[in-house]
Design a protein around this ligand. Structure first.
Ligand SMILES: [Zn+2]
Length: 224
């Protein structure tokens, strides 16, 4: 499986101009004072969860502490890996949040709409009150044909890679980033950072690189 993307790399120029997804904006969810879901390694302490507004409200901890896993950090690291691998695969890519700072949801969608990319990819990790919560899911806006195609490809690629429970491809009209984007938009939730089983994957040093490879492989597969 590790060879899949390598085997496809180099076709970027040939495919350019007739690809369904030739450019992407990568939205690393949360940031700054909004950590998203928060957990302690080995046991859940708190979860922000995803809401329609996804404002980060709910009293989640914003002060970095070394023994805590914060969703904003995972999202940024995975987003950065996806960004790098997107460039290598010949896609045009934009990183909407490139550090640990606050960024309004409206600003993210405004930037992506201005860039006019083919896909808005919102990178999140799930949180739940129960440490037993586990699995992979992703969302697209109801009625978006391209959104559905991309969501199904990414879900399949992530499940293949992570081997976690397949929670399915879902629609939601509650996420701002899916509502306010003019292009296809997909929000991914590869695993539960609050889940003891899922946390084992985060401890694998290759998690971010391998999952990014799966995501980019999924996107390239759509174009072929
Ligand atoms: Zn989130």
């Amino acid at each position: 499986m590790d060879g899949n993307v390598n085997g496809i790399m180099g076709q970027g120029d040939e495919l350019r101009g007739r690809r369904l997804i030739g450019s992407i904006a990568i939205d690393a969810g949360h940031g700054g004072g909004d950590p998203g879901a928060v957990a302690r390694a080995g046991g859940n302490i708190r979860s922000g969860g995803e809401t329609g507004a996804d404002t980060g409200a709910g009293g989640v901890i914003s002060r970095p502490e070394s023994d805590k896993i914060m969703e904003k950090d995972l999202n940024l690291r995975l987003g950065a890996e996806i960004f790098g691998q997107a460039l290598e695969a010949g896609l045009d890519a934009y990183m909407l949040r490139g550090g640990d700072y606050d960024m309004a949801l409206g600003r993210r969608t405004e930037l992506a709409n201005g860039y006019g990319v083919d896909l808005f990819l919102s990178v999140h990790h799930n949180g739940a009150a129960s440490a037993g919560a586990s699995g992979t899911e992703c969302f697209y806006f109801p009625g978006s044909g391209t959104g559905e195609v991309v969501a199904r490809a990414l879900q399949s690629a992530m499940v293949d890679r992570l081997k976690l429970p397949d929670r399915g491809v879902k629609t939601s009209d509650r996420f701002h980033v899916l509502q306010a984007t003019r292009m296809a938009a997909v929000l991914i939730e590869p695993l539960f950072l609050t889940g003891t089983r899922d946390q084992e994957l985060l401890e694998d040093g290759g998690y971010f690189r391998k999952l990014a490879r799966a995501v980019i492989g999924g996107l390239i597969g759509i174009n072929n």
